[in-house]
Design a protein around this ligand. Structure first.
Ligand code: 1HN
Length: 351
């Protein structure tokens, strides 16, 4: 290599010249590539149920679940238009299934969660086992598991059902690791009775010959009734965290780990009249309001929210809650991935 002083060429001309052979000067970008703190473009946003619900109904008149395959209105971060992403790593959408409809079986590398928002009596089937949905239930469809949905109602009561979908689509896209298969069947054959996985793994027990191997939870459904009871008991026993209220994470009962390797899920209770202290973490999260009214302050923004509203808090945005009524909040984030990579940071701040 011949390093002698080159004269008469501007830096700009140099950059233009080397761009032709796909080279780029690091020193012009270093501070952006390795910022002193997270500098993502995602912004906080709120989707009020009253604004969204009429459009979900319109989607229901516009297209069938069969034709759409999945009839979903995607919650897009306003700073990421056209990317079908709510944060850089996560996808969120609201899915509608009307009485009598089916959404056909398929499987994909992307992991999905369902959090039931409105209506009851639809089902999702995962690897041959159906789970009937009720508001507040959290259901998983792990990577590469066959899944389909339907709505046959419950006890003769049949209603439209809307749930929140959370998927790791942007993460899988980042790794360029996505595969998908569709089935020709209208719905998958049921091979296990409803409640089978829950009976095996949902009671702090496991079949005696069970070998823990999978990265994903062997139970598909975490019923709201039990989640709610846990929060209520802990609250009455005054186990309140000043930053989070009473906050629990969902676990894989066979390992104590996360239900799925890419998405962490949480449910928290914030007592009436309580104000949480400001908090920030590198895992941006999507929230679904289950019960109560209140507000969240995110940076300089304030979102007033009530039941069935959704909002996103991006990475490293400081936020705190104020509960006008007892709040129950579901949320999901990419926390398991950041923990696995040892890059998660969080900060409990003082007001
Ligand atoms: C999917 O499979 C579902 O199974 C929902 O309900 C939303 C968004 C993108 C890709 C696959 C579902 C989805 C999805």
């Amino acid at each position: 290599m011949n390093i002698s002083t080159e004269v008469g060429i501007s830096r700009k001309a140099f950059y233009d010249e080397i761009r032709d052979i796909n080279l780029s000067p690091l020193w012009e970008a270093l501070h952006n590539l390795v910022p002193s703190k997270p500098n993502g473009q995602c912004v906080p946003e709120l989707w009020k149920w009253a604004d969204v619900a009429p459009h979900i109904e319109r989607a229901g008149r516009l297209i069938t679940a069969e034709e759409a395959v999945r009839r979903v209105l995607v919650l897009e971060n306003p700073a990421l238009p056209g990317q079908y992403s709510v944060t850089n790593s996560l996808y969120a959408g609201l899915q509608l299934i009307l009485p009598g409809e089916t959404a056909p079986p398929h499987r994909h590398v992307q992991s999905a969660l369902r959090f039931i928002v409105d209506g009851k009596g639809a089902y999702t089937a995962v690897d041959g086992e159906r789970t009937t949905m009720s508001p507040g239930d959290f259901i998983i469809t792990p990577s590469w598991t066959w899944h389909d949905h339907g709505n046959e109602g419950i006890d003769g009561d049949i209603q439209p059902v809307v749930w929140l979908d959370g998927l790791d689509i942007p993460m899988v896209r980042f790794f360029d690791a996505g595969f998908q298969e569709s089935s020709d069947e209208r719905s998958q054959t049921v091979t296990r009775a409803e409640g089978n996985s829950f009976a095996k793994f949902g009671y702090n027990m496991a079949p005696v010959n069970h070998r823990v191997s999978s990265a994903t939870s062997p139970i598909f459904s975490y019923p709201y009734e039990r989640t709610r009871e846990a929060l209520d008991t802990l609250y009455r026993q005054l186990e309140i965290d000043l930053w989070h209220g009473v906050k629990l994470r969902y676990v894989n009962p066979a390992t104590g780990g996360w239900p799925m390797p890419t998405i962490g899920t949480f449910m928290q209770l914030i007592p009436r009249g309580f104000r949480t202290k400001p908090f920030r973490s590198t895992d941006g999260a999507v929230f679904s309001v289950v019960e109560g009214k209140g507000r969240v302050k995110v940076g300089e923004k304030v979102f007033e929210f009530g039941p069935k509203d959704h909002f996103v808090i991006p990475s490293w945005h400081t936020y705190s809650f104020e509960a006008d009524e007892e709040l129950v909040l579901f949320s999901f984030s990419d926390r398991p991935v950041q923990v696995a990579l040892d890059i998660l940071r969080e900060e409990r701040l003082e007001p």
